[in-house]
Structure formats: C-alpha cells, structure tokens
Design a protein around this ligand. Structure first.
Ligand code: C2O
Ligand code: CU
Ligand code: CU
Length: 497
C-alpha cells in the first residue's frame, strides 16, 4: 500500500501524539503538535531539490561571509555562506590529489574549517585552536589519502560549530576513483548528492536558530525537513536504479530512514567509503555527521507515483524530550524527501555482488582498552545546570586528555549514561565497530560492513570500536557530533605520538 502525503502526515501526527501524551501530558502534546505542524507546506508547495555548486579543492578560494539564500520557494533567509552558496560548494576530488584551499574569513566571528573524515596533518585538520579571526585567512594544503567515498566539511570554531553549521557553513566532499567507477554503479543523473537537515521555521518559513542554542540539552531539532538547503524537497526521477550519496547534516537529529512503500533500502557505503558488499535492510539509523551510500530501486514504481524517503518514529527516554519551545523531539517521524517517478524507462537494474575490500584495524590486534563515559550531569560546582561531559570532564582547549601511540591498535569503549543520543566522532582515522550492548544490542550491517568515523550510541548503549592512528602524529579531537553537545564541551583533545 502506498500512503499519500496526507495519510502519512496524519499517521505521523497520531504517533507523535501518542508518544507526546506519555512524555508530556495531553495538553502539552497538543500544543507540540500544533507548533510542530503549523508551518508544514501543502504538497503543491514542495520545492525541487537543487543541485549543489561544485568545485575542485586543488587550488580553491573559499570566502566565508554573511549573505542570503533561498530556503525554497523564494523564502529569503540570512545565512553564513562559503562563496555565496548554502550548502557550501561540493568538492569533487580523487585520492592522491592535492588539497589546496585558502579560507578567507569575512564573518564577524572566528572561523576554522574541518574536513570531516579526511586525515590531513594537524594544522589542516581544523582544530579550534587554529581558528582565524574575522578578516584573516587560513591556508590548507595536503595530499588526499582517503578511500573513495563521501566526506564533508564544516566549521569547527569552538562553541560556534552549531550556529555556524546551522547557518550554512558546511558542504560535501566527494572522493572518486577509477576502481569504483569500474563497478558500474549508477552515475551522472542517476547519482544524487543529498544533505538532509531538520529545521524549525518561523512564520515566514525561514529556518531559525535560537541564541545560545547549545544550551539546549537534547540539541537543536525541528519538525521540518530540508534537503540541500531547501524546505520540503522533491525530485522528479525515472523508473530506474539511483545512487543516493547522503549526509545527515542535522545538528542533533537522528533519522530512522525508510522508504514509504515498505521496500527495503540497499546500503553500499558509509562514512569510510564502500562496504564489502551491498546489504538490504528495512531501516537505517542515521545520526548527525554519518554518511550513507544508498541504492534506491524505483524501477517498479509506476509513473505518477511517489516514494518518500522518511524517518520512522522510535522511542527515546522522556528525559531526552526536553525542547523548551522547539517543535520536534528525537524519535519523531518526519518526511524527508519525495521521489516522484515521472518517466518510464526500461533500464536493467544491476547491483554488484561484491564492492570493495575493507582495510582497517583488527580488533584481535588490540593491546589496550580505553573507556569513555558520555553523560550529562549537574555541574559539580554550581549544581545548577546539566552539563555534557566525557568521563566527568568538560572540554578545555589547552588540556591534552590522553596520548595514543602512533600505529597502535586499541579498543575504545563508549558508554552512554542513558539520557541522550550521542553520535561519537574521532578525527584523523576510520575505525571498526566491534560490538554494541544494551539498547539496540547489535552492530548493524552499515557499520560492520565498512569503516566508520562516527558511531551512534542511543541511550543505554555501550559501543566498542577498534581504532588505530596510522595517518598523522599530532593533536586531534574526540567528540559528540550532536553539535550542541560538542559546543557545550563534550569533546576531548588527544595526542598521537
Ligand atoms: Cu565533523 Cu570534529 O567534526
Ligand atoms: Cu572530523
Ligand atoms: Cu551527545
């Protein structure tokens, strides 16, 4: 059965109401529903998903400045743009190429860019201590060593990451290579780069970010879906196989991705590039900063029909539902992008059986375990505010929290104290997810089939990873990629020596 947009909205409303009644009480839940859905556009007002401008990072000037962008349908929004564009230009490159980028900071605040998932030397990694003042420039130069895959870049200015990223400093990095091309995966117009984000919008449809947003315990969430910077996106597609290269660019929201027609998703890649083989799964939990390489088979969808990529509802502890006036909660259902099939084509649907060898650390070679407790406690001194912490500590720019020997394989155990979702990110490496106990109690194929740089811990989960640092020596970061958590200090410095 294919649900119409209207059916899905009313279903979404009902399940949100049920969840809300339990967590908030009926009256509040009603208010939430009204706030949450007041600005949802009618179907006729969906916006075509725009393509992002592209650039090569081999000799690129990126100028950061305030400006305006169209949030869809001519809704003009104030943004922080790189080269006038939101999202930032998509950087298309190849392994072994030079990455030579000059950043000109013409914002009023400090800025430093981080290339998420790449492994450049420390000085090019965007550590916040390299943040450049307003009016100053920064030069990045290194050789790109990563596997082909989808990476991204964003602001890493301490305590401003959430606001900067929300306002538009962020874009994709697509690393291609000939071996991957030989697999014959869908390409050209059959390959769709997609940045998904959730937003709260004001009465004119403009995304709004609250002052001091990082004070929001659960992080920023909104009830509206944005794709490549526009509100409620749709695509007109052929009845064919498509490759979607997707970033969850939300500040805090995890999506439980599914197709609205009940068909499974075929995942072929993640944060670290291609998986060993394709995996067919009903849903995928997709946290901020994670990337997915998906094959969507629309070959059987009749012309005139739509399939939605949407997020299914999931349960979170009531404690995580604190929203202080913002109209969405972790686990709420949300329609993300409508795929309208408008043309019949008779292409064969070909999905390779094997994809790529996956290198990376061997858990059996581990010689050390480190434990990290990710929690939110009352501030020890003031007892007044909840504060996000790792092992009871709040980030300090000049404190080195631990040192890892270059090339040593270690097991890192991440434990979630049970209130919030924490997508954990490590700079300068890709790692293997070894186990997950508590909560969802399993490692999923989109994790175990490849390498990761970000791993999701839902409340009550303990996740073990195998990690080693073989690219660089220097000072790097471990942090929660819920951007409000990161800005509040859920971050550590470590040295690779
Ligand atoms: Cu995507 Cu340290 O960040
Ligand atoms: Cu990173
Ligand atoms: Cu977190």
């Amino acid at each position: 059965m294919a649900l119409s947009r209207r059916d899905f909205l009313s279903l979404s409303g009902r399940s949100a109401l049920l969840a809300g009644s339990a967590a908030l009480g009926g009256a509040k839940a009603d208010a939430f529903l009204k706030a949450g859905r007041r600005f949802a556009l009618p179907r006729s007002a969906l916006n075509p998903l725009p393509a992002m401008p592209e650039a090569s990072p081999a000799g690129l000037l990126l100028r950061a400045a305030e400006g305006t962008a169209d949030a869809g349908g001519g809704v003009v929004t104030k943004v922080f743009a790189l080269n006038g564009s939101v999202p930032s230009p998509m950087l298309r490159t190849r392994r072994g190429e030079t990455f030579d980028v000059k950043l000109e900071n013409r914002l009023k605040s400090e800025l430093i860019l981080h290339w998420h998932g790449l492994t450049p030397p420390e000085a090019a990694d965007g550590h916040p201590r390299y943040a450049v003042p307003s009016g100053a420039d920064y030069h990045y130069r290194f050789t790109l060593a990563e596997r082909p895959g989808l990476y991204w870049y964003h602001s890493h200015t301490h305590m401003k990451v959430s606001e900067h990223t929300f306002k538009g400093i962020g874009g994709l990095i697509l690393v291609e290579d000939p071996k991957e091309e030989a697999l014959g995966l869908p390409s050209g117009e059959r390959e769709i780069p997609l940045i998904l984000q959730d937003r709260q919008v004001d009465e004119r449809g403009r995304p709004e970010y609250p002052d001091q947003g990082y004070g929001y315990m659960g992080g920023y969430m909104g009830p509206e879906a944005f794709g490549n910077g526009v509100h409620q996106p749709f695509l007109e597609l052929d009845s064919a196989l498509y490759r979607f290269r997707v970033l969850n660019g939300s500040n805090a929201r995890t999506f439980r991705l599914e197709r609205s027609d009940g068909r499974p998703l075929v995942v072929i890649g993640n944060d670290g590039g291609l998986l060993d083989r394709p995996y067919t799964v009903p849903t995928i939990d997709f946290a901020p900063a994670e990337r997915l390489d998906l094959l969507l088979d629309l070959s059987d969808v009749p012309v005139g029909r739509s399939v939605w990529l949407r997020s299914a509802p999931f349960d979170m502890p009531p404690d995580s539902q604190e929203i202080r006036g913002f109209g969405a909660r972790q686990g709420d259902p949300i329609d993300l992008v409508e795929l309208r099939v408008t043309r019949k084509v008779g292409e064969p649907v070909r999905i390779p059986e094997a994809l790529a060898p996956v290198p990376g650390p061997d858990p059996a070679a581990s010689v050390k375990e480190r434990r990290f407790k990710w929690g939110s406690d009352r501030d020890y001194w003031t007892r007044s505010m909840m504060q996000h912490q790792i092992n009871g500590k709040i980030y300090e720019m000049d404190r080195i929290d631990f040192t890892v020997p270059f090339g040593q394989t270690e097991i890192w155990t991440f434990q979630n104290d049970g209130r919030y979702a924490h997508p954990i990110h490590i700079h300068s490496t890709h790692f293997r997810v070894v186990s997950r106990t508590g909560g969802r109690n399993q490692v999923f194929p989109w994790e175990s089939g490849g390498l990761k740089d970000t791993v999701l811990m839902l409340p009550g989960e303990t996740v073990k990873i195998a990690v080693s640092f073989t690219a660089q020596r220097g000072l790097f970061l471990l942090h929660c990629h819920n951007l409000e958590h990161e800005d509040a200090g859920m971050m550590m410095n470590f040295a690779v020596e």
